[in-house]
Design a protein around this ligand. Structure first.
Ligand code: PGA
Ligand code: ZN
Length: 426
């Protein structure tokens, strides 16, 4: 039985306010949930409620969202018992009453929803991943580490947002993280030797000015080899160019570097040539969220070769994911809790994707906190891969650290997912 919910305004990794919710049960269990926040958001994401009061945090305060939890949500749920995550989250959705959670705010509702999942786990004395989904065996994910940041996540001249390494040829998650970190450190010295900056972007990847976007992949390949690994066999590459952000007037533009334009077909050609040249196993948002026609053709051309992940185009929204499945768009869904705004709906999106033989790729946001829910979520769903930043910044490695704990605790009931977790390698 819920005794109370208490919310507060705290800070995310970019120094912007975000919502933390704390639920106390009558049995004394207490737990918290915190909402993350994106920068390159999809148009159809659930709405993040901000105060828009220019006198506080340049309008980014979340006191209205916090107030909604402390008053309206607290009045409704305190004293009540919810027998499942579904029942609790449905109550939040009903109370909000809008299709996109714009009244109470997805940032408020998600914080409450996570807090409920966590406090249920505490009360049941089980780990969060088991509270989310109970299974006999779990998969530990391949950590896809975003080692070079561009796009909206850095102020360098790299147009594409994320260049990730996937250290998949490892017996355990623990070894896989070690491999990834070794490459991360090799990359740092390599960039330094080339005279490039080694300061990091929002997700902890390096953010140098490069001669071209492609040089990001070349330098990562070099770092993999220097760290003693074989590209493709041991460690592959995942990309998230976040192409929605490049879309303008019916074309894709490299705004930050050359200003060059691409049609959908030309951009597909570019990805195809990179896949021929480099061990790329996953491409997220290779085209923009409104370019469904382009996405269909992208899926036809490359869907059998690599994992094609839809982020902005699906927004973790089960209804849109269903449309995408019916239209033959992509073969994998990026999963971000705050795009949809409750834990239960997130699990619905995952279930729908997996039932239709789509993969799920669990993800952080560029604005994060110490909340490690996605680490438990990736294990609970057996999704097999996660992206949660590079090899540094505590809000990123907090998730890796939680996965190290989970792997230790699961022992023989956990198995490292490896390369076969990616589409195209089944
Ligand atoms: P965001 O970026 O959190 O800034 O939206 C992450 C992504 O595009 O995958
Ligand atoms: Zn993305």
């Amino acid at each position: 039985k819920i005794q109370k919910i208490k919310a507060r305004e705290i800070l995310d990794s970019r120094g912007n306010p975000t919502v933390e919710a704390e639920i106390t049960l009558a049995d004394g269990s207490i737990a918290r949930g915190i909402s993350p926040s994106g920068a390159s958001t999809g148009e159809k994401e659930a709405v993040e409620l901000r105060d828009n009061d220019p006198k506080r945090y340049k309008g980014k305060g979340v006191e209205i969202a916090v107030g909604g939890l402390n008053k309206e949500v607290n009045d409704t749920i305190s004293g009540n018992e919810f027998e499942s995550q579904e029942a609790f989250d449905k109550k939040l959705i009903e109370l909000d009453g809008t299709p996109n959670k714009s009244r109470l705010g997805a940032n408020a509702l998600l914080a409450a929803s996570i807090a409920f999942a966590r406090v249920s786990a505490t009360s049941n004395q089980i780990p969060l991943y088991r509270q989310l989904i109970a299974r006999d065996e779990y998969l530990l994910p391949v950590p896809c580490m975003n080692v070079i940041n561009g796009g909206h996540h850095a102020d360098n001249n790299v147009d594409f947002q994320e260049f990730m390494i996937a250290p998949h040829n490892a017996p355990t998650f623990k070894e896989s993280i070690r491999m990834g970190e070794e490459v991360f450190h090799s990359l740092k010295s390599l960039l330094g030797k080339k005279g490039y900056a080694t300061a990091v972007g929002d997700e902890g990847g390096f953010a140098p000015n490069l001669r071209s976007n492609e040089e990001a992949i070349e330098v990562i390949m070099e770092a993999i080899i220097q760290a003693g690994y074989e590209p493709g066999n041991d460690i592959s590459i995942c990309l998230d160019p976040a192409a929605s952000e490049l879309w303008k007037d019916g074309k894709y533009s490299l705004f930050k570097s050359t200003g060059q334009h691409y049609t959908s077909d030309e951009l597909i050609e570019l990805w195809s040539s990179w896949i021929d040249k480099y061990p790329i196993i996953s491409l997220e948002d290779g085209l923009g969220e409104n370019d469904w026609k382009g996405w269909r053709s992208l899926t036809e051309k490359l869907g059998n070769r690599i994992e094609l992940v839809g982020d902005d185009i699906f927004c973790t929204n089960p209804a849109i994911v269903q449309e995408g499945i019916s239209a033959g768009i992509a073969n994998s869904v990026l999963i971000k809790l705050n795009q949809i705004g409750t834990v239960w709906e997130t699990l619905q999106a995952v279930e729908l994707a997996q039932k239709n033989n789509y993969n799920c790729f669990i993800s952080h946001r560029s604005g994060e906190t110490e909340d490690t829910t996605i680490a438990d979520l990736v294990v609970a769903t057996n999704a097999g891969h996660i992206k949660t930043g590079s090899g540094c910044r505590s809000e990123r490695v907090a998730k890796f650290n939680q996965l190290l704990r989970i792997e230790e605790e699961l022992c023989i009931k956990g198995r490292f997912a490896g390369k076969s977790t990616f589409k195209g390698f089944k």
